[in-house]
Ligand binder design. Structure first.
Ligand SMILES: [Zn+2]
Length: 417
């Protein structure tokens, strides 16, 4: 997905070093390097761009002139002089292009038109209401029909985060999505032919990993990252050596359907006691609902709503109030997640593990249980260096990551090595 666009030390490509590179390739490469340097620094002069990229001032001036003509970059006034001429500062014009991100992983489909910093320009959503198959595809069209015409600048692409397995080699087909009843659905082709805009389809957890890598607080630092997302379902996205890792059959990170409790609750995949039944948001809600009638004194018991599920914020309040049933279910979820993380750490030795999705609402008490379990179940030396944190990107994480694919693909704005 993320093709190698920069040399390993991030410096400029020169024709002599890559004799096979054509003039045009070198120019595209250098132009992207200049744009990325401006993007990363916010405001920067041509001279500083030259210093940071190792390109000559003449080359930088030529490339900046083209970026100005393309409206991607703008001059915003004068910076401080350090002796010589007062430098003109450049910045990326964030509204000069638009991106669309779509999140199909929740009980409502959401889509947003965003600018080059991932800031919302317009947002739409529609409850799924059990729609599957063709009806679910129509819902995607409905959202995009509303968003696409609202773009006030060229749309670089439509990025979709979908639950299930996505076959990258066969052109982003949704190979298998149980809850949407999609099988070998050529979603990317459908969207591209309908809107005449490039489309990319990724598993929603992989999209979340890209979001954390691109927009998270650790941007530009770690090249390895695991993002575990707990929402309706549970899965993870792996970034290894600065690249999304798909695995042999695009199933890398599918930890939600590993059985952790052989006699546990039935799972939508057909098995029993999958990690997802214990530690996804819907799993937690269902387990509380299933046990409530047996423990009528629990604070969250409400006879009128006995058959309804709570929402995650109600679970948080009950947890804060020390509700014993809720505490037990949440702690079991945390222990199961901690075990899964310990296994990942043992296999991959990735130091940064980010937990995302609705489960983050459960706060520090859950995080403590997870961290303790990782410590208990890992080699001490590895566990000490492992950082398990909650994502700060909130419920937009899938949308952010799905759209960021085009920041890389179309503009080369990657923080990756
Ligand atoms: Zn399962």
């Amino acid at each position: 997905l993320f093709t190698e666009l920069t040399s390993s030390n991030g410096s400029a490509a020169r024709a002599g070093r890559h004799s096979k590179a054509t003039h045009q390739e070198t120019k595209t490469y250098n132009s992207r390097l200049v744009l990325r340097t401006i993007y990363d620094h916010g405001q920067i002069s041509r001279a500083d761009v030259a210093r940071r990229t190792g390109l000559s001032r003449t080359t930088v001036s030529e490339l900046v002139a083209e970026l100005l003509a393309q409206d991607l970059v703008e001059e915003i006034g004068f910076g401080l002089s350090n002796g010589g001429k007062t430098p003109i500062l450049l910045q990326v014009r964030d509204a000069s292009r638009s991106l669309i991100g779509v999140d199909l992983s929740r009980d409502e489909f959401r889509a947003e038109l965003v600018n080059l910093r991932g800031e919302t320009q317009h947002a739409v959503s529609q409850p799924l209401l059990g729609r599957r198959g063709k009806a679910a595809i129509d819902l995607v069209y409905e959202l995009l029909d509303e968003l696409v015409p609202r773009a006030t600048s060229p749309v670089l692409g439509i990025g979709i985060g979908s639950p299930g397995l996505v076959d990258i080699e066969r052109g982003n087909q949704v190979h298998w999505s149980v809850n949407l009843d999609w099988m070998d659905l050529p979603l990317r082709g459908l969207i591209e032919s309908h809107y005449d805009v490039p489309c990319s389809v990724l598993n929603d957890c992989q999209a979340s990993a890209i979001a954390e890598h691109f927009f998270g607080p650790d941007r530009n630092r770690s090249h390895n990252l695991v993002v575990i997302k707990s929402e309706q379902g549970l899965g993870s996205g792996l970034i290894l050596n600065g690249q999304i890792f798909h695995g042999d059959n695009n199933g890398a990170g599918e930890i939600g359907h590993v059985v952790v409790q052989p006699d546990g609750l039935p799972c939508r995949c057909g098995n029993r006691g999958c990690l997802e039944t214990l530690a996804s948001v819907s799993g937690i809600l269902e387990r509380i609902a299933a046990q409530r009638p047996r423990i009528p004194r629990t604070a969250v018991y409400n006879p009128a709503r006995r058959r309804q599920l709570l929402d995650i914020d109600e679970v948080r309040r009950a947890l804060d109030n020390g509700d014993p049933l809720v505490r037990q279910v949440v702690h079991e979820a945390g222990a199961a997640l901690g075990t899964a993380i310990a296994n990942l750490v043992g296999a991959l030795n990735v130091q940064r593990i980010v937990i995302a999705g609705g489960i983050v609402a459960l706060g520090q008490e859950l995080l403590n249980v997870i961290q303790e379990e990782v410590l208990r179940r890992s080699l001490t030396a590895l566990a000490r260096e492992t950082e398990v944190v909650f994502s700060s990107l909130g419920s937009r994480i899938t949308i952010l990551g799905a759209s960021a694919v085009f920041l890389q693909q179309e503009l080369g704005l990657t923080p990756f090595r």
